[in-house]
Design a protein around this ligand. Structure first.
Ligand code: ADP
Length: 481
């Protein structure tokens, strides 16, 4: 069974709802037609009933006319016609009876039947013998009775016709009401389907067309080289997921480009530095040598000036060395390096150089990494020296060694002020420094060394409030630390 996406499911539902409204409208129309059709049938039946009732009235009048002719002519010559008229009345009576729908109409038909029977009896049993005997007075009397019966029959027939016509009018009113209802219902459904279609269109525009347009615009910006392109689609559907993936992709592209830029910058600086290092290093060595020599012979005032020359020359050499470190490849064969031993060595050197005076330093744990002791020593030296400088006199630096998921870790935390906002994004940039006599190369060189080992350095906040730099390096294959 195919797996429908959220948007496809919603589209299917919306179009299904539209189709259902159309189907309902069609059903309503069909039902309306059916009602009108049924109503017309009933009206046709009603008209037939009216016709039969009128025909009955005419047959009774015919019957009476032949009675009258018999009386006027005074013989039996019209009796045959009378018989035929009488037969017609008798044929029509059951037909009219079958059309009577109410008890009242049935009673009227019964009354008509009784009256026509009576009329026939009066004619056959009294009028005809009186006519043949020539008894004018009796004939007149019976004729009056017959006339009364005919009037009653005509009245009832008229009532029947009125009843049938009223039924037809009722059916017609029902048909018209049903017609109006159907038209109204179909119109309402048409309106509903138009509104639904409009809503569907708007929804498609909002939840499909717009996100697609935003995704396209974002992709176009990315294609144009804008790595800050961000797509603001946060709907909980495929488009939202796609936008998230797109944003993640641009973020990672940006990070990769930044790393690439950084390493290209470093490589460029390194190439430049390597080109001039020999030329500068030698004169620097000569300057340093002469400065030291002259200082020994000089009086106090000149010795102070020469010390400054000496210090600044040393700083220059430090910068040149740092630049060279950025470009120097790692030696070929990495060895297991005991990071604890290396840390202790670094601390001893820093103490010797009086860089840890007034700072409490603690070391805990152990870790072994694969790499080059000399290079890693330089990284640890930079991290601990930075920590001690940040902590200052009376502060502390805590070094924690350990291993996690096959990697050796060294975390250097200090009690300083932490990483300033200004420094946060630029810590590892070459020449970025906030110190008066800093070179801004310590962290850049350290990161280059860590990366060349396949590791990383992460800057964060220390529990004591200062900064914490964590060096991660590939551990030994068996995880021995
Ligand atoms: P430098 O020490 O010569 O300034 P680095 O590359 O070692 O060069 O450091 C760059 C900058 O990073 C420092 O100037 C400082 O602003 C910041 N920094 C480094 N270590 C710390 C730390 N432990 N606490 C606060 N800021 C630090």
């Amino acid at each position: 069974m195919p797996r429908w996406s959220g948007t496809a499911r919603r589209l299917l539902l919306a179009f299904g709802a539209l189709l259902a409204v159309f189907a309902l409208a069609a059903l309503l129309t069909l039902r309306g037609f059916q009602r009108v059709h049924d109503g017309l049938d009933t009206a046709r039946e009603g008209a037939e009933s009216v016709r039969l009732a009128l025909e009955l009235a005419s047959a009774v009048r015919d019957q009476y006319a032949h009675q009258a002719h018999t009386i006027i002519i005074g013989d039996e010559s019209h009796l045959g016609f009378y018989e035929a008229a009488q037969k017609r009345v008798l044929d029509l009576l059951p037909q009219v009876r079958s059309r009577a729908a109410t008890p009242e109409e049935l009673a009227w038909v019964d009354e008509i039947a009784g009256a026509t029977g009576e009329l026939d009896r009066v004619f056959r049993e009294r009028i005809v013998p009186a006519v043949l005997r020539g008894e004018r007075a009796d004939v007149k009397l019976e004729h009056d009775r017959a006339q009364l019966l005919v009037t009653r029959i005509q009245d009832r027939t008229e009532q029947l016709v009125d009843g049938f016509e009223a039924a037809i009018a009722r059916v017609q009113a029902r048909v018209e009401a049903s017609e109006r209802g159907t038209v109204r219902g179909v119109l309402a459904l048409q309106l509903a389907s138009a509104l639904l279609a409009l809503g569907l269109g708007l929804w498609v525009l909002r939840s499909v067309a717009r996100p697609i347009a935003r995704l396209r615009a974002g992709a176009a910006r990315l294609a144009g080289g804008d790595l800050d392109a961000h797509i603001a689609v946060d709907s909980p559907d495929e488009f939202g997921a796609l936008a998230q993936q797109f944003n993640a992709m641009t973020r990672s592209l940006r990070e990769h480009q930044e790393k690439l830029l950084q390493s290209e910058k470093l490589a460029g600086i390194g190439r430049l530095a390597a080109g001039v290092a020999h030329e500068i290093n030698n004169p620097l060595g000569v300057i340093l040598g002469y400065a030291k020599l002259l200082r020994k012979r000089a009086d106090d005032g000149t010795a102070g000036d020469l010390r400054i020359i000496e210090e600044e020359t040393l700083r220059c050499r430090e910068i040149v060395e740092g630049l060279l470190d950025l470009s120097r490849p790692l030696p070929a064969h990495p060895q297991p390096v005991d990071l604890r031993e290396l840390t202790d060595e670094v601390l001893a050197r820093l103490r010797e150089a009086k860089l840890l005076d007034g700072v409490t330093v603690t070391v805990e744990g152990s870790a072994v990494a694969r790499g080059h002791a000399q290079k890693l020593r330089q990284v640890l030296f930079n991290l601990v020296r930075n920590g001690a400088e940040a902590a200052g006199t009376g502060g502390r630096v805590d070094v924690r060694l350990g291993s996690a998921s096959g990697a050796a870790e060294v975390a250097v935390a200090d009690s300083g002020r932490g990483i300033s906002q200004e420094a946060a994004g630029r810590l590892f940039e070459p020449f970025f420094t906030t110190k008066d006599h800093g070179t801004g190369l310590g962290l850049a060189v350290s990161l280059a060394i860590a990366r060349a080992h396949g590791g990383s350095i992460e800057a964060g906040a220390a529990p004591a409030g200062g900064a914490c730099f964590t060096l991660r390096l590939p551990g030994l294959p068996g995880g021995i630390t």
